[in-house]
Design a protein around this ligand. Structure first.
Ligand SMILES: *[C@@H]1O[C@H](CO)[C@@H](O)[C@H](O)[C@H]1NC(C)=O
Ligand SMILES: *[C@@H]1O[C@H](CO)[C@@H](O)[C@H](O)[C@H]1NC(C)=O
Ligand SMILES: *[C@@H]1O[C@H](CO)[C@@H](O)[C@H](O)[C@H]1NC(C)=O
Ligand SMILES: *[C@@H]1O[C@H](CO)[C@@H](O)[C@H](O)[C@H]1NC(C)=O
Ligand SMILES: *[C@@H]1O[C@H](CO)[C@@H](O)[C@H](O)[C@H]1NC(C)=O
Ligand SMILES: *[C@@H]1O[C@H](CO)[C@@H](O)[C@H](O)[C@H]1NC(C)=O
Length: 550
């Protein structure tokens, strides 16, 4: 139950992985989750009467929305992990260490919200990250808590020193991150080099399973932790794990150069079957190959080489357009029966990641591909009744019109009339209609804006925000939306407000409307002083950090 729940809410675990494995668990889970559904007759609050349009007004509106969501969380759920905005009760999905508070901290620093900074720092200082009653996700704890603590340290000891409350010792942030990393280290087990995905807090045993993203996206935070505290233990553990994922065994597991399946055997370090995807269970593995190189180009050339191989194979094999929409590009998937013309909201981070690669490596083929992917994600938003892109969707691939070569693309069209109508109008149809306050499309708009300075991306971000605010805002916060393709008066809400709304969705929205040129911004030219973890927590690159501290 607990794991099913954690997995369902995890951004990186796709529903199709969970459903067939644990149908009864999911059944119970769905009942629990939607027991508090708001009926269509209950309307959300009125929206602001006029839509602001200048960049400054947009920026102010994002800050006001952040305040609104923080106030609801603080009033009804702090210091627990998140607000359940339908029942207005606290959630404890992240071991009850205050996930929303920690995730909100860096955004509050960038937005200059001293009151929130003070509250969260005091909370962190009092939190015992070595104890919990519930099963611990190594990946989620790393990206949300360790990432959030390190980023707050980097921001507050760097460009935002003026925001540190009098008398507060920033080293507390590093101590707490070390406490948590020491606990999570138990998931690596005796004599094993890959971590389990989940750790039992009583026995300190791992569950013996993990995914590509779960094992392969710890290395950025743990390497930076090691460098900040001067103890190579954390870097060594995760870099050794990473070495298995970058030199895959068996060799045939590497379906295309650089692309590997999502499932691994942690005892042997070898790959099992599973789908090749840039979506859930894989996404941040590819993301971090590049970001390790951005963090420290001197030490992580091999990581760059593996990213380049994965990126080139993706452009060559996985890119696909709906057959009547040649301008729209998506990243499909590859399974045991061939290519799958299905993608989802989580894949939408890839546009930004390709732009980062293109700028850092000075390769326009990556920036151009990234911009095309972003057109595709924008198209998914523009194609629904709420203006919010769906969790998962399919298309009839252009490859079906070409000479068929093995392995082939699945060419099935939609079955029911509603899907057929959507496919006729927009070249896609929805296979999972929810929206979980996800940031990926906004994240990619931010990278595209930093590269091109094209106002279009700011307008797309604003349109997306208006749709999200209209579609998910309740009395005390924002909620999971069950279906992005129903009219306004039929909206149904799931009772959860993910902590990443605060670290990612609000941060990327704030950054895209920020006209300043702070050092923490993503560079459009490839000379980044900071790198963002997969939870959007900014961290200083090694060279920049060392130059400052010498
Ligand atoms: C953990 O369980 C103990 C004993 O049941 C209880 O006192 C404590 O409040 C629980 N802690 C959390 C964080 O739920
Ligand atoms: C580094 O961290 C590990 C794990 O906490 C600890 O056992 C070791 O003593 C530390 N080494 C130093 C030099 O502090
Ligand atoms: C980490 O690895 C480096 C390089 O192999 C080694 O010099 C160092 O002693 C290791 N650190 C620990 C704590 O084992
Ligand atoms: C595709 O893009 C080209 C170049 O931007 C544009 O001229 C054309 O109208 C677009 N076609 C469609 C179907 O959107
Ligand atoms: C980037 O690539 C272009 C085209 O290959 C080249 O002209 C330019 O000098 C390169 N810039 C840098 C900074 O390496
Ligand atoms: C979709 O388009 C096809 C081909 O033009 C047409 O036969 C079909 O009736 C359309 N279906 C719907 C539901 O609009």
């Amino acid at each position: 139950m607990t794991e099913g729940r954690l997995m369902r809410w995890s951004r990186r675990w796709p529903p199709e992985r969970v459903v067939p494995l644990s149908f009864p668990i999911i059944g119970i889970f769905i009942v629990v989750l939607f027991v508090n559904i708001i009926t269509p007759s209950q309307q959300p609050l009125d929206q602001p009467p006029t839509a602001p349009s200048s960049t400054l007004e947009r920026s102010d509106a994002i800050k006001a929305a952040f305040d609104f969501a923080w106030d609801g969380y603080y009033k009804l759920a702090f210091p627990h992990d998140e607000l359940k905005p339908v029942s207005n009760t606290p959630g404890t999905s992240r071991n009850d260490w205050g996930a929303t508070a920690v995730d909100a901290l860096g955004t509050a620093v960038l937005m200059d919200k001293k009151n929130i900074i003070n509250i969260v720092l005091e909370h962190v200082a009092q939190t015992d990250f070595t104890h919990t009653n519930t099963s611990i996700s190594v990946f989620e704890s790393t990206i949300r808590y360790i990432g959030g603590l390190l980023s707050a340290y980097e921001l507050l000891s760097g460009p935002f020193q003026r925001s540190v409350p009098a008398g507060f010792n920033l080293n507390i942030l590093l101590e707490k991150a070390v406490n948590l990393a020491d606990l999570l280290s138990k998931a690596f087990g005796e004599g094993k080099n890959l971590p389990s995905g989940m750790l039992d807090p009583k026995t300190l045993q791992g569950n013996g399973e993990n995914s590509l993203a779960g094992a392969g996206s710890l290395v950025l935070e743990w390497t930076i932790l090691s460098n900040l505290v001067g103890n190579s233990t954390y870097a060594n553990l995760t870099q050794l794990a990473q070495s298995f994922l970058m030199n895959p065994t068996p060799k045939k597991a590497e379906s295309f150069p650089g692309l590997v399946p999502t499932e691994i055997d942690i005892a042997s370090g070898s790959f099992l079957k599973g789908t090749v995807t840039w979506g859930g269970s894989a996404d941040s593995f590819y993301e971090y190959l590049l970001k390790m190189f951005v963090y420290d180009p001197k030490s992580f050339g091999l990581y760059r080489d593996r990213w380049v191989q994965a990126a080139d194979s993706t452009i060559r094999y996985l890119a696909s357009s709906p057959k009547k929409f040649p301008n729209i590009t998506f990243i499909g998937r590859y399974g045991q029966n061939g290519f799958i013309p299905e993608s989802g909201h989580m894949e939408c981070f890839a546009g930004g990641n390709f732009i980062l690669g293109g700028t850092v490596l000075n390769e326009t083929r990556y920036t151009e591909f990234g911009l095309r992917l972003i057109d595709g994600c924008h198209h998914t938003y523009a194609s629904t009744k709420t203006g919010i892109g769906p969790e998962q969707f399919k298309w009839e691939p252009n490859q079906c019109q070409q000479q068929q070569v093995a392995p082939t693309w699945s060419c099935d069209g939609p079955q029911n009339p509603e899907d057929q109508a959507m496919n006729n109008a927009s070249g896609i149809w929805i296979t999972e209609p929810s929206y979980n306050l996800r940031p990926e499309t906004l994240e990619s708009y931010y990278y595209a804006y930093r590269l091109t300075k094209d106002q279009k991306y700011r307008d797309w971000a604003w349109d997306a925000w208006l749709a999200i605010d209209k579609g998910t805002r309740l009395e005390n916060g924002y909620s999971y939306l069950r279906n992005v393709n129903v009219p306004d008066d039929q909206r149904w809400y799931g009772d959860n407000q993910e902590s990443f709304l605060f670290s990612e969705t609000f941060k990327y929205l704030f950054l895209i409307f920020d006209d300043g040129d702070g050092e923490w911004h993503v560079s459009g030219t490839g000379t980044n002083k900071w790198v963002y973890n997969t939870e959007a927590h900014p961290l200083r690159t090694k060279k920049f950090y060392e130059r400052l501290t010498k």
